[in-house]
Write a protein that binds this ligand. Sequence first.
Ligand code: BES
Ligand code: MN
Ligand code: ZN
Length: 507
Amino acid sequence: MQFQVKQGAVQDETTDLLVVNLFEGATEPSGALKAIDQALGGLVSQIIAAGDFKGKLGETQMLYPSNGALPAQRVLITGLGKPAEFNVAQARKAAAAAAKKARELGATRLATIVHGAGQGGLSVADAAQALAEGTLLGNYRYRARKQNDSDNGKPALAEVVVLEADADKLEAMRQGVAAGQIVGEAANWARDLVNEPPNYLTPREMARRVVERAEAVGLKAQVLGEAEMAELGMGSLLGIARGSDEEAQFMVLEHIPQGHDLASLPTVVLVGKAITFDTGGISIKPSENMWKMKSDMGGGAATAAALVAAAGLNLPVHAVGLIPSTENMPGGDAIKPSDVVTVMNGKTVEIISTDAEGRQVLADAMCYAARYQPDAMVDIATLTGAMVIALGPDLAGLFCDDETLRGRLMQASQETGEILWPMPLWKPYRKLLDTDAADMKHTGGRMGGAISAAIFLREFAGEQPWAHLDIAGTAWQEENSPFAARGASGFGARLLTDLLAAYAGDR
Ligand code: BES
Ligand code: MN
Ligand code: ZN
């Protein structure tokens, strides 16, 4: 998708789909929409007066200009919602709704204004970034392995023209659009990885793709195989990997910003769970919904995407991405309930359910993080079914006892619309992990299952501020929404990029 920012007016633009907007509650068109209304002889005013288009967020209204009234083939009004609720996340959603419509129509050329830089009160750069991001996210769909489908006739947007009358705003708009493109493309790449079938996206293939993209944007990238992991003492990750014929991989990505003294920058380590398929292992899952467990590498995909975006934006922060990846399979050599493994930091762990594999691979990865002496560490994982039950598909759990890190994550959540909800790291539940067979067991029963998982991870978090994001409910969306296609959401890619930007002092 190519973006172009240019000086011009909507009523003069030749395009497949011209996008303008309306706030909910507006009684008459203003700004660009007013110009369209005039060109169309009051048609927009008529629609508003009839109450047929209210301007709700996610609502769209298509108009077909009669011969010659406008050079645009179609006009789409996208709702911005209530002015009092408007923010950068709403602006992004309004753009996404329009771009999703464009995909359904098969429009390849779109022209638009930025949403919310006038009445909405956003800065020009923020509005432009939200526009580019939203357009990429809304236009996305995954059809990589479909051969004969009517959808194949519906191409992606090829060209997006962003129109602005005021020449003084063009430069800020170009910068915002460029940033939005980097972030939106990274998030869509994460979605591609998650949507990809697990026979294609094995740990080795994931590592290959991650390294390829990482190196293309200038990240330092390294992959450890099982022999190297054994040397490091990653008995926990390797324990999980035993049930699979596919070799486990440990990806290490590092963003070393250009033009800065690395030692003077904050170091943030992201750790992303990347189980390319979770059968449950010997504690095998019921078959009905097992197929969705191809999304069990969503945390790893988000981590890789955030690193890619950080490099693209050249954020002045030392960011490290650690992505432990394996299948969780019930092979003949698989780990068993009551087996004891030794984590890289020497702690012994009794396995109760081989389906609690995520925390086992994260434990070793979080120990590995110590070598960077980070200022903050955030892990992100599709970790527990309990989280899905507690918060549903819209919200991810945030477990963090450090006020500053929690504040930054909540702020990033607001900005990106990837919503986090605070959850307790309730210390007394540590006793749920007591066992005679090892230093600890790794599960604490069904009740409070998301919390005891987080309490387990804390044992490997080190001393610096640490946060755990449980994205089990948000990584995979069952339903289409006005803003996004169902399937992989890419949840966390934009959030973590925004967090890195906060550490970079960009905000
Ligand atoms: N990957 C799953 C968690 C999950 C469930 C993600 C549903 C997305 C949707 C994880 O590995 C798992 O199986 N967790 C177990 C832990 C239990 C055995 C303590 C669970 O939540 O059932
Ligand atoms: Mn599992
Ligand atoms: Zn899992």
